[in-house]
Design a protein around this ligand. Structure first.
Ligand SMILES: [Zn+2]
Length: 59
């Protein structure tokens, strides 16, 4: 149920791949950019096993 998604940091513009647990269903999470370490809010729209949309915002 773990899927990889590519996201773009809204602060520094870095692209990187992170993982999403789709077994939770649609949810929001906050994680730190791997490059600039600022917090990124991820709103995940998914069904179990498939990511449908990822919305990215400054947390
Ligand atoms: Zn960043």
């Amino acid at each position: 149920m773990i899927q990889e998604v590519e996201i773009e940091c809204p602060y520094c513009g870095a692209n990187y791949v992170t993982t999403v647990d789709t077994s939770e269903g649609s949810h929001s999470t906050i994680e730190d950019c791997t490059v600039c370490c600022r917090p990124i809010e991820l709103r995940i729209v998914c069904s179990p096993g498939a990511v449908e949309e990822v919305h990215i915002a400054r947390a």
